[in-house]
Design a protein around this ligand. Structure first.
Ligand SMILES: Cc1cc2nc3c(=O)[nH]c(=O)nc-3n(C[C@H](O)[C@H](O)[C@H](O)COP(=O)(O)OP(=O)(O)OC[C@H]3O[C@@H](n4cnc5c(N)ncnc54)[C@H](O)[C@@H]3O)c2cc1C
Length: 460
């Protein structure tokens, strides 16, 4: 690297340029997933769009590999890169809620918790994921599923507009009327097309919800999974209901008597009053034994959104795999139970997130995310508390996902993919939309400058 160019670049920023000799370097480069340990040459902590433009131009001119970092939650650590430049957006915070139009303008360093906090004051919410420390940027660009998906769609179904710094340093806005092809690609195509510096979302009236987890001993899991599968298609869309298999964590607030007990859990989110929620759940719960743990109740929506934050703090060891699932057959349930019984740690989990309801009303050609026929986005996350568990959680997640592959659709959610699954898996995920994505990539990033991601290669 040209030292003079580095100095000039650093001086041009409103934010801070962190090199390897900076005292904070080791702390600042840390990612959410402690299994990933990358050593970038430079981290540009951008303060504004001008900084982002300068960083993109510098990285391109110096021929450096570039990583874009929003919330830093990527499983494979795509928010950083060895021996390259990190464009770190985490200092770019800011949320502006417009109650008159029910829209929200979000800066790229925001977590979903930042946005939930701001919108809640107006009785509004944007559908995001289920852990509030996750970055809005990466979550949105991959698709975004969570408690409100059945009622209000994926996060991308609520993305109206995005400002983007392109590979050549140009700044454009992508909307229905301007660079519409780019907006289409950003709705699920990940960080392939440029650095998004602002998102505009539509928001919905959500204030207090009935929600939380219920758990049964895993010995009941077969019956619960079958009943849940049969119940979901007729459940009102106001009811978000994920199902999971895991152990009870060895943590407060879980009663010690239950620690490490294998459980099947349902996490509910009903957007409406308690009476209605209980009525909606009754056809399912009537046929099941009473749960061993029941922490459901009325709560402010941001409380539900941050319920699991304490359990899954930064610094754990993560390895995950995802599959899109259309049908949950009896045979697939049996495989789940065999694999779940081998879980290597208390924090590891299998979750099935419903992506039906409102998300099914969008045609698969209307957004880059093409899995509009999937009923669930499944994640198998091997999670360890320390590096000694890394190998075991990795092997478990790979074996579990591999055993279920015959029961899934061709692809999996790009945000639940690691970097060792190959191009064929990325292509399978986008299906018939891949060719269009590759053509748009060629238009906006022909040299594949933005390739530290689930990469879509520019069309030939
Ligand atoms: C604990 C946990 C819970 C999760 N729960 C859910 C969930 O409920 N639902 C769900 O859908 N997903 C969930 N995820 C997955 C999550 O959506 C992805 O990990 C997502 O990529 C995180 O985004 P980020 O901005 O935090 O990550 P980062 O690591 O910063 O970035 C992820 C990717 O997005 C790109 N990127 C980031 N910012 C920008 C930008 N502004 N412009 C262009 N590209 C950018 C990066 O280059 C990288 O490829 C969860 C993840 C974790 C760790």
């Amino acid at each position: 690297m040209n030292e003079e160019a580095v100095t000039r670049f650093g001086q041009s920023l409103r934010g801070t340029l962190i090199a390897r000799n900076h005292p904070g370097y080791d702390d600042i480069r840390k990612l959410y997933n402690a299994m990933i340990d990358k050593r970038p040459l430079l981290i540009a902590r951008c303060a504004d769009v001008a900084d982002v433009i300068a960083a993109v131009n510098f990285g391109r001119e110096q021929n450096l590999p570039i990583a874009i970092r929003g919330g830093g939650h990527s499983g494979p650590g795509f928010g950083s890169v060895d021996d390259g430049l990190v464009i770190d957006l985490s200092m770019m915070k800011g949320v502006r809620v417009d109650p008159a139009t029910s829209t929200v303008r979000v800066a790229p360093g925001c977590t979903s918790g930042d946005v939930d906090h701001a919108t809640h004051a107006f009785g509004l919410a944007v559908p995001f994921g289920i852990v509030s420390t996750t970055g809005v940027s990466g979550l949105t660009l991959g698709g975004g599923s969570g408690h409100l998906t059945r009622k209000y769609g994926l996060t991308i179904d609520n993305l109206l507009e995005a400002d983007v710094v392109l590979a050549d340093g140009r700044f454009v806005t992508a909307s229905a009327t301007s660079n519409a092809d780019l907006l289409w690609a950003l709705r699920g195509g990940g960080g392939n097309f440029g650095v998004v510096t602002s998102f505009l979302f539509s928001a919905h009236p959500v204030r207090t919800v009935f929600g939380g987890p219920m758990a049964w001993p895993q010995s009941h899991a077969k019956a619960i999974m079958r009943a849940y599968r049969d119940f979901l298609p007729s459940a009102p869309e106001a009811l978000g209901l994920l199902i999971g298999l895991k152990l009870v964590p060895e943590n407060s607030p879980f009663p010690e008597a239950f620690w490490k007990h294998a459980i099947c859990l349902l996490v509910a989110c009903y957007d409406g009053p308690e009476g209605e929620a209980k009525q909606a759940l009754a056809p399912l719960l009537a046929g099941l034994p009473a749960p061993a743990l029941d922490w459901t109740g009325m709560m402010p929506y941001p409380a539900l959104q941050s319920l699991f934050d304490g359990l899954y703090q930064k610094g754990l060891q993560w390895y995950w795999r995802g599959n899109f699932i259309k049908e949950l057959s009896d045979k697939a349930i049996d495989v789940h139970l065999e694999q779940a019984a081998r879980v290597p740690s208390d924090l590891s989990l299998m979750h099935l997130y419903p992506v039906d309801g409102a998300a099914h009303r969008i045609d698969k050609r209307d957004t880059a995310w093409s899995a509009r026929d999937a009923t669930w986005s499944m994640v198998i996350a091997g999670v360890g508390r320390d590096p000694g568990q890394a190998a075991a959680v990795t092997q478990w997640a790979k074996a579990y996902a591999g055993a279920l592959r015959p029961f899934g659709l061709a692809g999996g959610y790009s945000n639940f993919m690691m970097d060792d699954e190959g191009d064929a898996r990325v292509k399978a995920t986008y299906g018939d939309n891949y060719a269009r994505l590759a053509a748009i990539k060629k238009t906006y990033d022909p040299a594949n400058l933005f390739r530290v991601n689930q990469n879509i290669r520019p069309a030939a």
